[in-house]
Design a protein around this ligand. Structure first.
Ligand SMILES: Cc1ncc(COP(=O)(O)O)c(C=O)c1O
Length: 408
């Protein structure tokens, strides 16, 4: 079934606003997505009608809030194909989820001389935590190369695996190149070396069906704000036996079962990893966002983005003086396209588009090492979602054409 983007747009109050007197065209979805009223209302409803802390009191409001919080875990678990909701830990965002794994693993499972394998297309969030850990504890970080067509060099990836590789972390979809990495294959070969694998799902979970068990990921992270939900909530999926072996990352209230003056018995999963009062309204917002996406159907979301991307790639390729980064094949690409206009700085491209109400990102997109590999300082980046239409892309192409004429 194809999505009706025009109908979907009616659910997003922000899409009614104008920017510089023009209707807003929002193409910065890889940074964060807009929120439908269903999400905004679900969070409002919590604050208006059952605001209370979770897991602490017997009174009705707390019971209702606790139910909603637990339900959010259950929905998130199902959404990514986890076996049960105790494998789903809520964090502040994908970045915190990656840091949680990095710290917890180091406490028991990583030691000096061990190796970590990443790729050169990682977001800083899936690079800096491992790099800093490695610097502090004598680990070595290797990086798999990216081919000139923007796909991962899987042969290089396989060559860089060894018995010393204890952890592999890679992005499911690149936030710069749009590349969809072959997660199942990469995980399978990493497991042959007994390495644990973390998949950064920040750019895949919002845009395509995801199944952590099919891909056999040991860890999988994502952020609610990139999938119609609020900021301040993200998630870590981890296989239960791994979570059971991991040390908590933060200590304090809620993550305990019993506390004595000299020792503590930690709570059951997943609460052991959620110390302190959590972002309750945000969890409820995530729950509503998942409901919304499931109603649309993730296969349909993916198909819609493929259609929109086909229009975008055609328009950009046809446009003289435009360099497009990332794979040409739609099947290998998510709804992200980075590009440059010859002789015009990406920030200028973004500023000109903004004058026409079109929001795109410009800069290094938290991928400085990748920019160095590409030999550029930055790009303009348009990233699409369920409410974007081919007409909006055509408008962007027209403005880019004007920009080239205007800038000479
Ligand atoms: C591929 C990728 N990984 C991780 C992140 C970090 O997400 P957050 O800032 O929500 O933690 C992003 C954000 O842009 C991303 O694109």
């Amino acid at each position: 079934m194809s999505l009706n983007a025009q109908k979907i747009r009616e659910d997003f109050p922000i899409l009614e606003r104008k920017v510089h007197g023009k209707p807003l065209v929002y193409f910065d979805n890889a940074a964060t997505t807009q929120k439908p009223r269903q999400v905004i209302e679900a969070m409002n409803d919590y604050y208006r009608n059952y605001n209370a802390n979770v897991h602490r009191a017997v009174h009705s409001l707390s019971a209702e809030a606790s139910n909603a919080w637990e339900q959010a875990h259950e929905k998130a678990a199902k959404f990514v194909g986890a076996k049960s909701w105790d494998e789903m830990v809520f964090t502040k965002n994908a970045t915190e989820a990656i840091n949680l794994v990095a710290y917890s693993l180091l406490k028991k499972q990583l030691k000096a001389g061990d190796e970590i394998l990443l790729t050169k297309m990682e977001h800083h969030s899936n690079l800096v935590p491992w790099q800093q850990l490695a610097l502090a504890h004598g680990l070595k970080v290797n990086f798999a190369n990216v081919r000139s067509n923007g796909t991962l060099d899987t042969e290089d990836f396989e060559k860089k695996l060894s018995k010393k590789t204890k952890l592999v972390a890679f992005t499911n979809c690149s936030n710069v190149l749009g590349t969809i990495n072959p997660a199942e294959h990469l995980i399978k070969v990493a497991h042959e070396f007994d390495a644990l694998v973390l998949v950064d799902g920040a750019q895949s979970t919002p845009h395509m069906p995801v199944d952590v068990r099919n891909m056999d990921a040991d860890f999988f992270v994502f952020s609610a704000h990139k999938m119609l939900g609020p900021t301040g909530i993200g998630a870590l999926y981890a296989k239960k036996d791994l979570l059971e072996r991991m040390e908590p990352f933060l200590y304090g209230g809620d993550m305990i079962a019993e506390v004595f003056l000299d020792h503590t018995v930690f709570n059951k999963l997943p609460w052991r990893f959620e110390a302190g009062t959590p972002n309750i309204a945000e969890g409820i917002g995530l729950s509503a966002a998942i409901d919304y996406l499931q109603k649309l159907g993730m296969e349909n979301v993916r198909e819609h983005e493929k259609k929109v991307m086909a229009v975008a790639l055609r328009a950009l390729h046809e446009s003289e003086g435009v360099t497009v980064y990332g794979p040409d094949e739609i099947e290998k690409r998510s709804g992200v396209v980075s590009f440059n206009l010859k002789g015009i700085h990406p920030h200028d491209v973004a500023s000109i588009l903004d004058r026409y109400g079109i929001a795109v990102r410009s800069g290094d997109h938290c991928g400085q090492p990748l920019m160095r590999e590409l030999g550029i300082k930055g790009t303009a980046r348009a990233s699409f979602y369920v409410y974007n239409t081919p007409d909006e892309i055509k408008l962007m192409a027209e403005v880019l054409h004007k920009a080239k004429q205007f800038m000479g």
